[in-house]
Ligand binder design. Sequence first.
Ligand SMILES: [Zn+2]
Length: 100
Amino acid sequence: MKNWQCRNCGLYIRVDKDRIKVGNVIVFSKVVLIQRYKKMKLAQGVVVGREQEKFKVLHEGVYYFLEKDEVYPADAPVFFLYNMFGECKCLPKNAGKRLR
Ligand SMILES: [Zn+2]
C-alpha cells in the first residue's frame, strides 16, 4: 500500500490504469442481490483481455466486461479510500516518482 502514497502530501496517488495488463489481478465492484436488494461487493478477477477502455475479466469462472473506470489493480488502494482520505493533487509533478 505504501507505494501508492504520495511522498509529498501522504495522500493516495491516482491509479494509472494504462499499466493494467493481461494477466494482472484487478478488483472491481460487483452487484449482488441480497434478499432482493442490490448490494455492491468487491470482487477480484484476472484480466484476460483488453480493448482500449474495456477490460475482459475472469472472475469465478465468469467473464465480465468492465470499463476502465470500474477496475483497480488488486494492490492499489480501492476507490473508497480516495473518498475517505482524499486523493493526491500533486500530480503531474510526482508522476515520475511513483511506484519505483
Ligand atoms: Zn501528493
